[in-house]
Design a protein around this ligand. Sequence first.
Ligand code: GLN
Ligand code: ZN
Length: 768
Amino acid sequence: MVQSSILGFPRMGKLRDLKKATEAYWGGKLSADELLAEGKRLRLEHWKIQKAAGVDIIPSNDFAYYDQVLDHIQMFGAVPERYSKHNLSTLDEYFAMGRGHQKDGVDVQSLEMVKWFDSNYHYVKPTLQDNQTFKLNADPKAVRHYLEAKEAGINTRPVILGPVSFLHLGKADRGQSVDPISLLDKLLPVYEELLKKLKQAGAETVQIDEPVLVFDLPSKTRNAFKPAYEKLTALQGNSGPQLVLATYFGDIVHNFDTVDAALKNLHGLHVDLVRHPEQLGPVIEHLGPNQILSAGVVDGRNIWKTNFKNAIELIETAVQKLGKDRVIVATSSSLLHTPHTLESEKNLDAEVRDWFSFAVEKATEVAILAKAVTEGPASVREQLEANAKSMQARASSKRTNNPEVKKRQQAVTKEMYSRKHEFPARYEQQKKHLNLPIFPTTTIGSFPQTKDIRVARNKFTKGEITAQEYEKFIEKEIRDSIAIQDELQLDVYVHGEPERNDMVQYFGERLDGYVFTTHAWVQSYGSRCVRPPIVVGDISRPGPMTVKESKYAVSVSKKPMKGMLTGPITCLRWSFPRDDVHQSVQAEQLALALRDEVVDLEEAGVLVIQVDEPALREGLPLRAGAEREKYLSWAVDSFKLSTAGVQDSTQIHSHFCYSEFQDFFHAIAALDADVLSIENSKSDAKLLKVFIDEAYPRHIGPGVYDIHSPRVPGEQEIKDRIEEMLKYLKPEQLWINPDCGLKTRGWDETKKSLTNMVQAAQYYRQKY
Ligand code: GLN
Ligand code: ZN
């Protein structure tokens, strides 16, 4: 029979229970035992949900209190000494690595955390030493959780991160020079021991994730698969469990030369057929005569109902070649990236609700699909019919199709992507209009979101104050922030974004084509969750979104005002996009909506307009080459389309929260923004070298101080930073600004930091 399988389940619980419990523990309001008990309760609840849905292969060890990679760091005894030396409890040592620890005389920063592939989840990087050793915990978590499920009568398939991915995703610790992959020989015995223990505990099969197989890999990493999997597969059927190797978020065909030799003895292979359905044929060809295929056909990254007809076609193709016993129907990846359950959504309108499927519902989907293929469509006729009806309804809904939007997209011309003249001519105009000194100072947009602001917004949302009262409140906030900017003597002002809850949601709420949820939270890192808005249909702008506030700000300030918008790619990446039209089409719709906003701002007297695109880089396809270039081309086009409608005299800025542009500098240059502000205070100023090397002609504001900490940078420190920047940039190119928006900061440190920043700028103004 065709079995159903889930690669991982979200951990937070229905009401973000895990977030609440961990934060209560950190705040001293919950004991360690209470937190552990809550974790146990959630695991059991999630196993039961999957069992009740009829899923055959249920994962364990997918649960983590902070992050699953961090679990492995601890389970393998790869804890750097700066954490282990304090004799903290296992739990506190774990959180110390995840989020730092500053208590009872212990003061350590967290380990580095970075994006998990191209998702919005962040994992803790294994951080390794030159003399690194590994040792399996006496009571390894993977075994403990397997037994916990077994005791509850649920037989699970433990999930572990494979050794090659664990090392490839890691890095050498500060001051160390070890190449992580060179540690493989030392690490493998730990995996052998862990697999044996799992087998002893009763686990017949283990899911071993090697997602790095979707990358272009350096040869050292590629060559590591053979020795690793010769060892681990040798245990199968004797002292170790059968291994199903899982890959996701990409295709593995380009790594077949590696997979072939190294993985030929594996019990099975999981591939992501949502992202890359075309890999099905080649993957089937490459399977050995008895190997199992786990076909990832239910999207683990999105909230859309699975199209049963399409999924069944894919599975049937596999079944015809391999037979029913060699095919598993699975989620494409872990469901970690989807919200918990649709059941919590009480305010969604019935029409769109019918199109969605969150983790709990997706569990049912894999079970139905497996049954449909095992017992024939008649066994689940009702479900198949309902699904077809839902697909049909969505495809023909007025909410998905807006002919006006399509007409407008068809009318886009080549000229609409370009400013009227090149930068030098534009700059002449802008100089006249803006009259700025050299080393102009500005901020990135948001000012501290104070308690007052949150309270007022809350009252307004609940209807406790009127729209007019709220507007008056926002106006006062704007006036106050302008008075502060006067005092600070900044050069280009911002209104401070007091009216914005979030840089994407705020725009989504003002655009047609979006819907919002109340409980659809997804873990971003640790206890932090985000609730992305959902793009359901063609996007358009019913009316101005930010003009009122910016116009008001212009009317009460004597210096140039900068208008702030979130760019098309960031709006798209930080939402759940549609899966029925290409993302480039959605980006173009967003770009057209923003283009109108940009022109309206210009008409309202806003002569500097910043379009933030911090998410541009994270959308980069995981492999270099044609796919990446294609993405960059439509991403750049969408930015240009959104900004090129203005006069030469209007200055377009863009902002990025990083400075690692080496891999795609040509795209950053192609944006043709008059000014770029970028994160730089935590990065090496050398990264700015690319701007000289490529003879970048326009202006740049590399952040002169870090906004993530309340620490106030001294004037000299900022001057030193500027001095360093001047090694790479011409004085007339340089803007002086912080790294990013100040919304998470308090006013006290903000004023002090900006005072020092302005003084440093004034010093250089005198000097040049
Ligand atoms: N304009 C936004 C702000 O200042 C930019 C935030 C960001 O880049 N993440 O908050
Ligand atoms: Zn930023």
